[in-house]
Write a protein that binds this ligand. Structure first.
Ligand code: ADP
Ligand code: MG
Length: 331
């Protein structure tokens, strides 16, 4: 049996938006559930604004959920470590951010950035700090490490900075890293190197990744499974091969059609019926119904639940079954 590491149950975050007289609720993330096994790479894919970063932040506890549970090794972390600064959790679940330029402090050296987590989590004695930092730099391919350790971020390229950010995330030897579009700000040639590095890390260190991306080709290359997100809700989950070969949800089909063969970007406008994702003051029904060319009456009336298929595949769409979200039991 697979070794379940993280279990996300019905996670949600709703923001109050608007002014005094036009208050609205934005459902940035709604009723999201999925799990990640040890050493698994799961890609979270969706267009801009679909809630990918918010989910990554919720999992790394940089954002507070309004509902739901986060279980690590079966323990409800919001209950056992109620303070967001939960040190043990932070040690085990790390984040890599999208912007390698903003995530490193320009006034500090590479050595300083990497020494912080090592000291904060008391992972290493002061005498051993420098050798461990050199080792981390080697691991992320910054070689010879002596050439990089005393540098400041401004003298590094974007790809090198992202490698430092990855090394910093690795310092605590985490079980899980949430990587929020870690390659989207990098040149195409460097993107491939970083994806290869993440694949190697999983192989060598059994680190699990939640890989947030709008690039379906990168998701396929890196991930075991792909989760498709639309307007804050998951609409499909399948193995990467199954999803790319035969996307079921009309939105997943649209994403694939919109993605160029190589390095497809889903941030480009999609060739769909016009309409915005419906997650502000949402009404019952499928959030995608308005843009869906196959929408039926029921799609606009009741939110679809999950239909399960072979190979642990699931899709939230009435084209494949008649499960309603309000009748659904927790699976
Ligand atoms: N703190 C916040 N307050 C209000 N709205 C937010 C906040 N954080 C995110 N959002 C909104 O939640 C939605 C999802 O955002 P995000 O998770 O950044 O999407 P993605 O990473 O998929 O582009 C967006 O509409 C965004 O504007
Ligand atoms: Mg984002």
């Amino acid at each position: 049996m697979a070794d379940k590491l993280l279990d996300i149950q019905h996670l949600g975050v709703h923001f109050a938006i608007g002014g005094l007289f036009d208050k609205s609720t934005l459902r940035a993330v709604h009723d999201v559930h999925f799990s990640v096994d040890r050493g698994d790479i799961v890609a979270l894919v969706g267009e801009s604004g679909s809630g990918k970063s918010t989910i990554a932040k919720l999992i790394c506890r940089l954002e507070k959920p309004t509902s739901g549970k986060i279980l690590l090794d079966g323990k409800d972390v919001l209950e056992t470590e109620p303070h967001a600064a939960g040190k043990e959790y932070r040690k085990r679940v790390q984040m890599i951010f999208q912007y390698p330029f903003g995530s490193l402090n320009p006034v500090h050296t590479v050595a300083y950035h990497l020494s912080r987590p090592l000291q904060l989590h008391q992972i290493i004695r002061s005498n051993d700090l420098r050798p461990r930092i050199l080792q981390l730099l080697e691991t992320v391919g910054l070689r010879p490490a002596e050439d990089f350790i005393d540098k400041f971020p401004h003298s590094l390229s974007g790809g090198q900075r992202q490698r430092v950010a990855i090394a910093r995330a690795l310092a605590t030897e985490p079980d899980l890293i949430c990587a929020d579009e870690p390659t989207s700000m990098l040149d195409v040639s460097i993107r491939m190197d970083i994806l290869r590095l993440l694949t190697d890390l999983r192989k060598e260190q059994q680190t699990a990744f939640i890989f947030v991306t709008h690039d379906l080709a990168a998701a396929r290359q890196l991930a075991d499974r792909i989760l498709v997100l639309y307007a804050g809700q998951l609409v499909e989950e399948a193995t990467s091969d199954d999803l790319i070969a035969d996307p079921k949800h009309p939105y997943a089909q649209l994403l694939l059609a919109a993605a160029p063969q190589q390095g497809g970007s889903l941030d480009t406008p999609l060739p769909a019926k016009p309409g915005a994702p419906k997650n502000v003051d949402p009404q019952p029904g499928c959030a995608f119904a308005e843009r869906c060319s196959q929408a039926m009456d029921v799609c606009r009336q009741q939110t679809p639940g999950w239909t399960w298929m072979e190979n642990k595949r699931r899709v939230r769409c009435y084209l494949y079954g008649d499960t309603r979200a309000d009748e659904e039991t927790t699976k």
